[in-house]
Design a protein. Sequence first.
Length: 235
Amino acid sequence: MTTSRIRYVIRYFKFQCHPFSFEIIYMNIIYPSDYFDSSKADEIFEAEYHSAKESGLSCLLLSTQHASNGKDKFSKGFELNAPVIWRGRMLKSDEYKSLSNAVDQNGRNMLVSLEDYLSNHHITGWYKSCEKYTPDTLFLKEGDGFEQIINQLKWPAYFVKDYVKSLTTSRVSIATNAEEIQEIISSIKKFRGNIEEEISLRKVEDIIKTSERRYFYLEITCILLTTLFLILLLK
């Protein structure tokens, strides 16, 4: 993301006003720290972290080293009466729950509750709401008989993922038979540590690659429409 886009989104969150009350909303933003130096932001988020601070937002660092050991240590305290958001890599359900609990213990609340986070983080949370606009999907367990299932489906190809992500190595996540499905599942475990929840089998469609549009919403207001792979403050 360019610095100008970072500043645009930051300004929106700092000065976003309710259409009736015109109440200015300030944010506490938690960023991940560098693993070896908890006083520095992770290099992926470093430019955004400094831009947010320069814009007057309250920014904290979560010690990545402590978090990897199941502990949540912040670089400073939270501002009064300001909601808190996490701006880092996607967290597993237990990780987000731990972070949310740590924020609660510091007298604040996450803007995005655990329930709301999981309803967007896991495919099962959003699939039904847009089922007719997205490829057909089956939710399965690892032990289910994939051979029998794909013989019934007879899709041309299968996009294999867990409830969150697909395989992003050179192998990619597209399979044409049960053996390849099992191979992808094994690779997800190898490169990501485990399967998050269960398995999603999605029908591979002939989609025009340049047709992607991404809409970003804050509550019920669309704040950005883009064709780029942008990373914003709210997922």
